[in-house]
Design a protein around this ligand. Structure first.
Ligand SMILES: NC(=O)c1ccc[n+]([C@@H]2O[C@H](COP(=O)([O-])OP(=O)(O)OC[C@H]3O[C@@H](n4cnc5c(N)ncnc54)[C@H](O)[C@@H]3O)[C@@H](O)[C@H]2O)c1
Length: 256
């Protein structure tokens, strides 16, 4: 396992939705880089399984069974992380839900749920963790948005709205906290092979199979969760201190 030698001291990371897909790859990668990781996910069993795999591989991780829409639970989890791992210096806001359907059919409950998880969940976690970062005068926030928000996407209006707002939030926080040593960036993934993507494929919501999409992707493959983890690993490091407020697309050239 490589040590996070560029950073002194080693920074503690919180990864929301860290138990599956992209979040799991990020949790695994940051732990492999020598960072203690809190896997924060509403799926307690999956979070425990992720932690077991990370610790088996020699990393340090704890599971926090939390829904990102529950502010009290997030505040308690941040206090728990501080007690058990140390002050969190890295926050990856990755927990999210998708949404497909005609705009005129979106009911208010669905609209609110998508905004609550994807956008307000990010708001809660940032508000809970930034005070810890301010005390250290060091922080790295990476928001996992979506390539669909870069160009728009039909039949995904609630999802795209929530992800576009995450991009705006990223830019605003970068400007507000840049002088305090905190960077804030967003990675909008495009077409990454995760359980979320495969479930959408099964339901016929992708406008073709994953394999058909691969043929239309400039690099001719579907993205891997590790592709996002690689970019994230850079953004949370010491070497990325001059990168903030940026939209770092990882999408095989599907969006330019
Ligand atoms: N897979 C893609 O192609 C793709 C593309 C663009 C954006 N994204 C975004 O990447 C992120 C991860 O997606 P994925 O494909 O890995 O999905 P996934 O379904 O495999 O994993 C999502 C994880 O988030 C957790 N989660 C969901 N709602 C939560 C909540 N309210 N509180 C806490 N945890 C919650 C789930 O339990 C799960 O472990 C999402 O924000 C998604 O919108 C994915």
């Amino acid at each position: 396992m490589a040590a996070a030698t560029a950073d002194a001291p080693t920074r503690v990371a919180i990864v929301t939705g860290g138990a599956s897909g992209i979040g799991l790859a990020i949790s695994t990668r940051l732990a492999a880089d020598g960072r203690p990781v809190a896997v924060l996910d509403r799926d307690a069993g999956a979070a425990e399984a992720a932690v077991a795999a990370i610790t088996d591989a020699g990393g340090t991780a704890i599971a926090c069974a939390v829904d990102v829409t529950d502010r009290a639970a997030i505040d308690a989890a941040v206090a728990d992380v501080k007690d058990r791992l140390g002050t969190p210096g890295i926050l990856v806001n990755n927990a999210g839900r998708d949404q497909f359907g005609a705009f005129l059919d979106i009911d208010l409950d669905t609209w609110r749920s998508v905004l609550d998880i994807n956008l307000t969940g990010t708001f809660h976690c940032c508000q809970a963790v930034i005070p810890e970062m301010l005390a250290e005068r060091w922080g790295r926030i990476v928001n996992i948005s979506s390539s669909s928000a870069q160009g728009g996407q039909p039949y995904m209006a609630a999802y795209v709205s929530s992800k576009a707002a995450m991009i705006g939030l990223t830019k605003s926080l970068a400007l507000e906290f840049g002088r305090k040593g905190i960077t804030v960036n967003t990675i909008p993934p495009g077409f990454i092979d995760t359980p979320m993507l495969r479930k959408s494929e099964e339901k016929g919501l992708l406008g073709g199979t994953v394999e058909e999409h691969e043929a239309r992707t400039p690099v001719r493959r579907v993205g891997r969760p590790e592709d996002i983890a690689n970019a994230c690993a850079f953004l949370v490091g010491e070497e990325a201190s001059y990168v903030t407020g940026q939209v770092i697309g990882v999408n095989g050239g599907r969006n330019t």
